[in-house]
Structures are given as structure tokens and as C-alpha cells.
Design a protein around this ligand. Structure first.
Ligand SMILES: CC(C)(COP(=O)(O)OP(=O)(O)OC[C@H]1O[C@@H](n2cnc3c(N)ncnc32)[C@H](O)[C@@H]1OP(=O)(O)O)[C@@H](O)C(=O)NCCC(=O)NCCS
Length: 241
């Protein structure tokens, strides 16, 4: 079974030959994706098989906002317009359809959006389904139509975070007071702040550096678990409710 590699669109990726059955989405990838990605208008992420540059799936995400008047009361909370992210494109090569990979591609997209929202904020994830069939696919994963446009569907970032079982960490600092706040947000949206002083932060940073150096020496990979490092350095779980 192929383990698909997911990552940002890069110059070496091969786009020609991509066919998801929809000509508009095929042409967009080949003729427009690089330009708009390089312009920073949106971010394109692609799936490839290990060792192959051929793109087998892609999605594109950009910041977006929806007028409150277009949303149901549950969808419309906070400011007007309601900020969030648009899944501008999402497509899987036709050879891979019907095997659950489209669902995995969507979860990969949601994971990236939830992560972006952890630092950039936002309330909604929006998609304009290109067909009734595509709308059925998004509904299957819990997207709900907005008030008036059948094929415009939304999911709250809180619901996406919950269904992905994702927690998030946001780090902010006050240089003048030499303090930093790490906000731990559980999948259910509950938040636990930790405020550390310069000494705590130096010890945490030193420990991360040690782990990174040891990993590099052993050829290890993967993200460093900041919560585990904090528990280790502080000798207690700073986010324990
Ligand atoms: C949309 C697309 C990514 C879906 O991928 P897929 O491989 O066909 O779908 P999957 O096999 O991954 O389906 C995953 C789940 O969604 C369900 N599903 C898929 N299409 C559905 C539909 N039209 N209505 C309801 N449920 C649907 C499947 O039954 C499956 O459910 P399960 O996990 O409970 O068994 C793919 O068909 C595609 O690229 N289509 C062309 C481009 C496109 O339409 N993109 C959407 C742009 S808005």
C-alpha cells in the first residue's frame, strides 16, 4: 500500500498528466496553481508517492470571510463578516477514486486549516462544491450548507478540531516583561494557559535544542512534542485541568 507524501507545491513536482475527471480542476493545477501559489494568494498542497514527482492529489486553501447574513445562526457568531478559510480546490487522481483516499485528502486539508487557525484565528471552513456529487462528499464529513446557496458548505473550525481530535498550542511573548504564554487548546475547545518566566523558557528552549541535536545525529525525524518537553523540564504537567 502506498503511503502518500503530503506537502507544499514545489518546483520539482510534476503536474502534467493529473486527471481527477474534472477538466476545470485538471487545467487549474497545470496552468494556474504555481502562479497563484507563488503570488501567495493561496497555498497549494500536493500528494505524491515516495520517490515520484507526479502529483496524485492536491488541495488549495486561502483566507476567506462570509457575510453573517448568508449563514445560519449557529454558523454566524462573532464579527461580520465571519472570518475563516476557503478550500478553494480539492481533487484526487481518478485512478485512486472510491478507496477512501478522497476522505483522507479532506482530513489532511482540515488538519492544515485547523493548524493555521491555531495561530491566525478564524471560525469557519468554507467550500463551494463543484457538483451535487462533490457536495454529497463534503456533507458526508459534516459540512453543512449555508442559508441560501446549496453548494456552499461550511464547517466550524471548532468542529473540525474536535472531529480530528486535535489539540493546538499557541505561543506568545512579552519581551519587556520577559514572559511567554503558551495556550493549550484541547480538541473540545477548552483552553489552558501557561505563563512562564525567562528562566522557564530558557530551560525549555535548551531541552528542545538538545533533542533536535540528538535527533539530527541519529537521523531521526518528526515534530518535537512541546507539551512533553514542558512536562519534562518543569517536572509537572502545566496544562493539567
Ligand atoms: C471528491 C473526491 C476527492 C472524493 O474522493 P473519492 O475517492 O471519490 O471518495 P472516498 O472513496 O474517499 O470517499 C470517502 C467517504 O465519502 C463518501 N462519499 C464519497 N462521495 C460521496 C458522495 N457523493 N455522497 C455521499 N458520500 C460520499 C464515501 O462513501 C466514503 O464514505 P466511508 O468512508 O464512510 O466509506 C474525488 O472523487 C475527486 O477528486 N473528484 C473530482 C474532483 C472533485 O469533485 N473535487 C471536489 C471539488 S469541490
Amino acid at each position: 500500500m502506498t503511503t502518500w507524501e503530503s506537502g507544499p507545491l514545489r518546483p520539482e513536482h510534476e503536474l502534467e498528466g493529473f486527471d481527477c475527471t474534472d477538466e476545470v480542476l485538471n487545467n487549474w493545477l497545470v496552468h494556474a496553481a504555481r502562479r497563484v501559489n507563488d503570488d501567495g494568494l493561496l497555498r497549494v498542497c500536493v500528494w505524491t508517492a515516495p520517490g515520484s514527482p507526479a502529483v496524485k492529489a492536491y488541495y488549495a486553501v486561502m483566507p476567506h470571510a462570509v457575510a453573517k447574513a448568508d449563514l445560519t445562526s449557529r454558523q454566524a457568531k462573532g464579527s461580520d463578516p465571519v472570518p475563516g478559510y476557503l478550500i478553494a480546490k480539492l481533487a484526487l487522481h481518478r485512478d485512486l477514486h472510491g478507496d477512501g483516499l478522497g476522505g483522507e485528502l479532506l482530513l489532511d486539508t482540515l488538519e492544515n486549516v485547523v493548524q493555521a487557525a491555531g495561530t491566525g484565528g478564524g471560525r469557519l471552513i468554507v467550500v463551494d462544491a463543484i457538483s451535487d456529487k462533490a457536495a454529497g462528499f463534503y456533507r458526508h464529513y459534516g459540512f453543512k450548507p449555508v442559508k441560501l446557496t446549496e453548494r456552499r458548505l461550511v464547517m466550524t473550525i471548532a468542529d473540525a478540531r474536535m472531529s480530528l481530535g486535535m489539540s493546538s498550542l499557541t505561543v506568545s511573548g512579552d519581551r519587556r516583561l520577559a514572559l511567554a504564554t503558551v495556550m493549550y487548546r484541547r480538541p473540545d475547545g477548552q483552553e489552558f494557559p501557561f505563563v512562564g518566566d525567562a528562566d522557564d523558557l530558557r530551560r525549555i528552549a535548551d531541552r528542545i535544542e538538545e533533542i533536535a541535536v540528538a535527533r539530527e545525529a541519529s537521523g531521526g525525524e518528526g515534530a518535537i512534542d512541546l507539551v512533553a518537553v514542558m512536562v519534562d523540564v518543569l517536572g509537572r504537567d502545566p496544562f493539567k485541568p
